[in-house]
Every structure is written in C-alpha cells, then in structure tokens.
Design a protein around this ligand. Sequence first.
Ligand code: B12
Ligand code: SF4
Length: 626
Amino acid sequence: MELPRRIRGDELLKPGELAAVRQRLRMIAPKHDLATVIACAFDHRTRMLPFIFADTRMVPAGVRAIGSALADSGFEKTRIVLQQWNRNFRPSRMELDGRIPDMFLVSSMNLHYERCMELIRDAHRIDPKYRPLIIAGGPKCLYEPWDLFSADSSNTASADIVVAGEEYVFLSLLEILLSFRASGESMVSAFHRARDSGALDSIPGLVYARGERNGVAEELIDTGIQRLVGDLNELPDPVSGYGLLEPPSRGTTMGSQPVPAGRIRRLSPIGSIVMTFGCKFACPYCPIPAYNQRQYRAKSGERMAEEMWRLNSAYGIKYFFGADDNFFNNKERTLGIIETLARTTYDGVKLPSRIRWHTEVTVHDTLLMAEHLPLVRESGCRALWLGVEDMTATLVKKGQSVDKTNEAFQFLRDAGICPMPMMMHHDKQPLYTRTGNYGLLNQIKLLRKAGAVSLQVLMITPSPGSKLFDGTYTSGQVYSRVGSRMVKPHMHDGNYVIASNHSQPWRKQLNILSGYVYFYNPLWLLLAIHRRKKTKVGGRPARMQVFGILGVTQNFRRTLSWALRLMFGKIERLSEPPTSSIPMRNVGTDPASHIPPVVTITTEQIPLSTRIDPTLESPVVQRTPA
Ligand code: B12
Ligand code: SF4
C-alpha cells in the first residue's frame, strides 16, 4: 500500500532547515575526523534491456547525493564504492585513510537487495571492537525499511539503523550521533547511547532495532514518515560527490585514491541530476506520488544550469539524465526552467552548446507543451522518455491514446527531440490482434510509425509503496517459486513474468522478447542508417538500434530459461505481501507508519482501471493509509 501522508501542511521541512543542519555540522566536523564508506548495492544479474549500458555508465544520484552531503558538511574523508564497477568489493577488508571507517553506508534498490544484505553481512565480519556503524538507505529502505533487519537467529547480521528518507534525515541523524559521541568513541557505541536515550525518536524517517533475543531484535521502532525538503536548491552541491568515487577494480579492497577528475567522463559519460520530484498523476502501480506526499518539488533553472555547467567544467560530463518523475508536470514551472537553461551563458559560452539533457515526461503534458518543444530542444534536451504503458488506455488511463501518442511523438520529432516510449505488458494484452490496436506488436508498430527511437517493454510487476501492491499478493498473482527456482528480488525488475493470472504465463515472457526483436533488428538498423540525414533526430535512431540489438541478447540469455520454467514448472504463489517478521511500531504505541494497518476490502471496491487484472473476482486485502 502507499506510504501514508503526513498531516496536511506538515509534509515539508521549513525553508532553510536543510541548509541549517549542513551549516551546524560544518562547525563540529573538524572535532570528529570521520571516515565513511558508502556502497551502492548492484546485482549484475539485472543487466539487460532496457537499462543495460545506462545502469553502469551513470553514477547513481542516491549515493552521490549522500556523499556530497557528507563532503559538504565537512566530512571529506568519504569514499563511494559502486558494485557496478567493483563487484568483488568486501566491506570486511575496506580501509580508508589507512583505517577501518567509522561508518559503513549502503544504498539499495529493491532488486539489489540480496547484494545489499551480503554487503551488510560481510561488514559484520569486522571485529566488533572496530566495526563501523552500518546505516542503510535508498529506494528499498524508503518503502520496506524493516527488511534490513534479520529475523533469522542463525544469520543475524542487520543494519544498525535504516534511513527511510533523504539527505535531511541522514544529516539530522549524524548531528545527533555526534552530539553523543565522546572523543575517540566508536560510532556504534555513540549510536547505542543516542538510541537508548530516545534522542533519535524526534527525527521522522528512521527505523532502528530495540531489545535482543538470540541475536534478533525484539522490536523495530519507526520514527514516522520523513518531512521532505521543498526547495531543492537547498540540496548540497552534487559536484563534490563525483570526487569521492572508488576506481573500478576486480579486487576486494579499496584503492588509496578516488577516481581522478579526468577519468570520470569515460566511466560515467551520463551524469544523473536532480531537477524536480513529484507527479500529479496517480497511477495505481506507481509509488511516486505518495512518496512525494503529493508535493511537487524543483530546483530553480539557474541552479540546474549552474550544476550542469560545473559538472561539465570539472569532469567533462556532457550528457545528463534528470531524476524527474514527470519533468513537464507543471507547464509554467517547466517554461521558467527551459527558458533559463536556453539563455544561460558562462564566460560567453552558451550552456546548451556544451550539454545535452534527457528526462521523463508524460504524453499528456508533452501535448500541453507542444508549442514550446523547440525551446525545450534549444535548452539542450535531445530525448524524452514517456510512459505510454498501453496506448489504448485499457490498463491505465493517464490521458494517453493512440492519437494523442502519435501527435505527441510527431511534435517531439519535429522539434528534434527523440521520443522514447516505455510500455507495460499485462495479462489481458495479446501479442497481436488482427483488428484494432490492442496487441503488443500492434502498438509497437504504431509507436515505430509515430517515430519512437527506443523501446522499453516491461511486464507490470508489483511495486512496493503503490496502491496495487498488497492486492496483487493477496489475490495470488505473485509467484514464490516456479519449478525448483525461487523468485528472487533481482527478478522484480519487470523483465521477468513473476506476477500473473494468465494460464500460460510463458507466453507473456516470450511476448516481451518478441516485442524487443520486432523493434530492434538489423533491418530497422539499416533503415535508420539510411534515413539518418532525412530526420531532425539524426543518427540517434541508428545508435539506439545498435544498443538494442546488443542489449536484447542479454534478455534472451537471462529470461529465456525462465520462459521454459513457466511452461513446464509448477507455479507456487504467495498469498500475503511481504512484511516485517519482527514486531514494528511507531515511537508511541501507534502502528508503524512504514507498515500501514491492514483492512479488508473486496475487489469490487477497487476501480476497474486500477486493477492489474480487471477481471479479477476474488476478494483482496488492502492496507489503508493511516
Ligand atoms: C534515473 C532512474 C533510473 C536509471 C538509473 C541510472 C543510474 N545509474 O542512476 C535507470 C533508467 C537505469 C533506472 C532503471 C531502473 N529503475 Co529506476 N529510477 C530512476 C529515477 C527516475 C531517478 C533515480 C534517482 O536518481 N533519484 C534521485 C536520488 C537522489 O534519489 P534516491 O536514489 O532515492 O536517493 C535518495 C534517498 O533514497 C536517500 N538515499 C539513497 N541511498 C542512500 C544511502 C544511505 C546510506 C542513506 C542514509 C540514504 C540514501 O538519499 C538520497 C538523496 O535524497 C527513480 C525515481 C526517483 N525519482 O527517484 C527510479 C527508481 C529508482 N527506479 C526504480 C526501478 C524499479 C527501476 C527498474 C527496476 C525499472 C523498472 N522496472 O521500473 C530499473 C533497474 C535497473 C537496474 N539494473 O538497477 C524504482 C525503484 C523502486 C525500489 N523501491 O527499489 C524507482 C524509485 C522508481 C519507482 N518506481 O518508484 N532507473
Ligand atoms: S505518470 Fe509516471 S510518475 Fe506519474 S504516477 Fe504515473 S507512473 Fe508514476
């Protein structure tokens, strides 16, 4: 179920609060000489289309943001290790500045959870006298923070504390820990004293363990839903984060120096950049609007321009990808930003002559922006990813239709911006229909005709923190095992069919592969090369064909055997959504905010358009927001 909303009017931090905590930390940082290693968990089994290449060639913004926040607050002895580049990294062997770090931070998305727990377990191999404080964060922790605490007495390694929030929550935690820390005291010991005094309870967005039986926590305390920073200009400068990266290596230990500035561009040719957060739509399979407490947050155009310019000057990064949920969410705001990006000059050089940026938008908002798309291009934009999902709007309605998608794609192509559609395949959608546009291939054909430059086809998969999440489990759609193979977290990426009511789910798996082969193939590559001089988007379609053809080989390698299992194996299903095995509560006696209470409702109470399977008849259980 969705994360509950804070009391209206109390969703955001007061203006200046984030800047103030950064300032206070800078005053006390010199007394503490902290060394911190931040690891980004990454499961290499997830490497396939549509994310292959972007997944390792773009330093994730989450770890970079936390690294920047530490460096900005005066804790420069910080190193970011990406499992993308350092797959053998062992926290038990890490040293920074010749010593075991004081804090080990780990960031994870859901699908990298196994790797995340391996890192945590390995960090626990360090002699307890010297063990760093283990803090977990990132998208996994925002929705399922309890999962970072082991309930298994034979394998008790857990995070010490989980940050179910952003920079402010982390920096506030650090401030409290340092206010407890005596000179030379370990961060683990300072954490225990701060926790036992109740000092952490005043920071919403934390989850920590209390009590212990056979090495397992007796209960988890949830300090509630975080307050968000409203003005993203208050965020620390991202430039310093790139200076903290551990160089790629096959070794288990860390190097003595971070990646030199001159090498960053080659390792991370795409720079992720936070520009806006939030989306006005409410797609039932998406956790984003609730996570953002239905707020729309943004940086100013001036700040974005400055960040791009400085990242380009410092590291040579030319291509940027916005961490936006829906960049065109608000027309007026967007116009302000793109006008600024388009007209900004530094040292007499126009910003858009140096940079190219790309991000995510919706079809609906693209149409509203139609007349301004040339200006969007002028500001440096060259490609936009659009959640088309199902063009006939049978699966979900967010203002898209065949005609509107066509129109939006045409406007984009005319402006010289590549339309990059993202589609969702689902139980009711056949591979092909003789009439109409309902089939997957029918829609891909339409998209290609409309000018799509790349393609993403994912099977609709339950996403933690979304409205549909619990119901998908309780209605028995989610698989636990097929034949002898368990469904593991890395398979929850939309590339594997792991939630379906279809009687022949292997067809769905093969449909996705067919969709990719239909779009990415040598014939279309040749055509794209032939047409490259005739279109405003130039050689990009041909380049995307090359990436797609190479990438789809990985999809075959990884998912074809799953299709065979779905064909011949026995499918076992889950009947409950995942939840904490350790009792969890809010600071008082209220139920934990990050596990909202369960109430039973029937399928009929869920609007048709919001069901994964619209024909589903069985009763389902859903959680209601507190
Ligand atoms: C850009 C992006 C991508 C890029 C990532 C490229 C890259 N290397 O960075 C690409 C296109 C490759 C991608 C792919 C996928 N993505 Co994606 N992506 C995003 C997006 C839009 C922005 C990510 C970002 O940069 N955010 C900005 C940073 C600053 O936010 P953040 O990472 O959450 O970090 C903050 C906090 O979490 C916290 N934090 C983070 N780490 C840590 C660590 C510690 C110790 C602490 C204290 C705090 C902390 O502080 C940070 C600063 O505020 C997000 C949505 C969003 N708006 O966040 C989805 C999102 C991350 N993606 C998501 C998903 C599911 C996927 C895919 C599986 C595809 C899919 N089915 O949708 C694939 C996975 C590919 C793979 N192999 O990993 C989900 C993750 C859900 C989850 N709970 O894990 C998200 C959240 C979207 C959603 N559905 O809600 N994605
Ligand atoms: S339009 Fe995209 S970001 Fe917005 S709610 Fe729907 S899926 Fe989520």
